[in-house]
Design a protein around this ligand. Structure first.
Ligand SMILES: [Zn+2]
Length: 239
């Protein structure tokens, strides 16, 4: 069977080449890419596969709550609710300030959101917001200011059309941050320019794009000039 033998040799050569490439990439690189088979934790560095890996972990309500518990995220489930014809909130809870031993206060505190959004917020805060503030601003984040999560409305408050992700409590609008040295970083004030604050905001926006399904910043339109709209899901819209 010369043909079969030749094919087997070619396959063997291809496998050896693939093994060499994977070996050269290094185990830590494979872990960063999520290709080492381990489940994503709140401490896994953010990378191109983060959204996919996270949603695989938190797709089912029970699995999502278990994932948050493992991550030490304070999340208290609330009963499902429906309002009007298009505002239906299910598998939601209130998000506390803690992630596995660290506190960053949300203001207003304890917003209600879907479990998937809470998980994405935990990954983004731990993997992006906190280290980016230390690296680019030399301070810790003490408080994250938001403009709200749940709102029974359609996109852009129109009277007809598609329901906003806020009508499912699946999106949060982040307006700014209070730092440990007293400084305040505001999306409205600091987005323009090339200051450390602007670089911080762009970094966390870029990281958010790998964690959330839809990430909209002041670069998107005037309606988002003062906040980052972060929406959980597969999506993939990033501006
Ligand atoms: Zn929004």
């Amino acid at each position: 069977m010369p043909d079969r033998c030749a094919k087997a040799r070619r396959l063997g050569t291809a496998l050896a080449a693939a093994a060499a490439v994977l070996g050269a990439a290094g185990c830590s690189r494979l872990a960063d890419m999520g290709l080492d088979g381990r489940p994503l934790t709140v401490d896994t560095p953010i990378g191109p596969l983060t959204r996919w890996r996270l949603l695989r972990n938190v797709d089912e309500p029970q699995a999502c709550r278990a994932w948050l518990e493992d991550a030490g995220v304070a999340f208290t489930p609330v009963t499902d609710r429906a309002e009007d014809s298009f505002c239906v909130v299910s598998d939601a809870g209130t998000l506390g300030d803690e992630i596995a031993g660290t506190d960053v206060r949300l203001s207003p505190r304890r917003p209600m959101m879907t479990c998937q959004l809470a998980a994405a917020m935990a990954v983004w805060r731990r993997g992006s917001v906190e280290p980016a503030a230390r690296e680019l601003l030399g301070a810790d984040v003490r408080r994250m200011d938001h403009l709200g999560v749940y709102a029974c409305r359609r996109i852009y408050n129109q009277s007809a059309g598609r329901a906003s992700a806020h009508a499912r409590a699946a999106a949060i609008d982040i307006a700014g941050f209070q730092l440990s040295d007293g400084r305040r970083v505001s999306v409205a004030r600091h987005w323009p320019g090339d200051t450390p604050e602007a670089r911080f905001l762009r970094r966390i926006r870029d990281d958010a794009c790998q964690v959330f399904g839809t990430t909209l910043s002041p670069d998107y339109n005037a309606a988002h000039a003062d906040h980052l709209h972060l929406e959980s899901g597969w999506g993939g819209v990033c501006v």
